[in-house]
Design a protein around this ligand. Sequence first.
Ligand code: PLP
Length: 445
Amino acid sequence: MWGCPVAHVASTLVATVFTVNPRIERLQRAGAANPDVVSLAGGLPSEKQFPRRRLAAAFTRALGERQASALQYGWPEGRDRLRAWIAERMCRRGAQVSADDVIVTSGAQQALALAARLQLRRGERLGLDAESYPAAIDLFRTRGAVPVVGGERVAARYVMPEVANPHGRGLDARERRALLEAGVPLVEDDAYAELRFDGPPGRPLCADARAQVWYVGSFSKVLAPGLRVGWLVPPPKQLKRALRQKRDLDLQANSLAQAVLEDFLWREDFDAWTERLRRFYRRRAERLAAALAKHLPAWRFERPRGGFSLWVETGEDLDDTQFLATAIRHGVSFDPGRLFRPAGGTRPLALRLCFSAEPGARLDAGVARLARAWDAFRREADRLSAHASGRARVGSRRVSSGVRALRAGRRAGSAAVDALVAPVGRKAAHPRRRARVQARPRGVR
Ligand SMILES: Cc1ncc(COP(=O)(O)O)c(C=O)c1O
């Protein structure tokens, strides 16, 4: 039975590394396991947009290559043709980058991890937007940095200048100038850059300040996250150290995925490909925005400039995780706002809503359900708060735990949460559907 302890260690590790908030994760998993729940959560690309046939053909060709380099070890920096393609693309946007400056990584996430390892010291303040990408916030925190909102007295800043997660916002010229003039090192995360609805991405920050910027790119949003291919262009003086770190971590990025990508990119008109994606996601964004305006007119949101999601503020001081439990009971899921706030704040109650993964009709249905869930949730909050003030009037010192959970954003018991989620209209899924749903990735992107 010596396999057991290993399995246990592995599952503990997974829990420690990937559980941003165990209670939210439990709710998200419950939602994802039920095909009847419309998912406005997760930040996943549409599976309709995966070029399956063309990737399969590229895969076959890569495997058939005479030297079988797709199955062989490679160099830590990645495959040359892929690096050259990436560099050429960045040059077209005005950055002075050659293939030698590019390190192919296991997704943008690893590029962020490399930048964090080499740039941040324990205890240093790292400036972020008021809402930012949760896995980056966690990563920086794990490295010992102190995430703070804004740019005051920070050792570095993490920015998404073209399209930010979760808002889909971009920086204007004044904000870009201010960042560059501040002179602090920048981690420039351009994972969504190609998905600006108004056209191809502009000049990256690294084009104006190579020595100041750790540039991070990804194929996850425009091709398929399962490939796990991204890249890092470190400041020139940091290139050697970054390569050493990359080798220490995993020797190299996946050869096969890189070979498939090389083949795909050499045959594909990538500009036409990204243009189609932009139109596709813009239509979905408009559909979600229209449904919100119709069903939840009191909620505030900004129309995104691009990406997969929009950010909604309800203006209410209620608990986002309790609302998620109610929403899942009504057949819709979302990402609670606290995950995106560097200090984990819950006020006002905010949500990230993703339009990327669900088709238009399900987006409409999801928002209609969200509106019903919101009504039910607020009625419950009002009822509990009236109940609590009634108790207060008769001099009781006991405070309803429901009110505490709803109003103060504290944790309710996990059993209560599970009870809220489990019974909701769950039908026995068709085995094929079930397999698809179970295959859905976890966590918040
Ligand atoms: C802003 C941002 N950066 C980086 C990543 C990680 O991307 P990858 O799949 O390339 O690791 C994500 C994933 O959602 C993201 O939203």
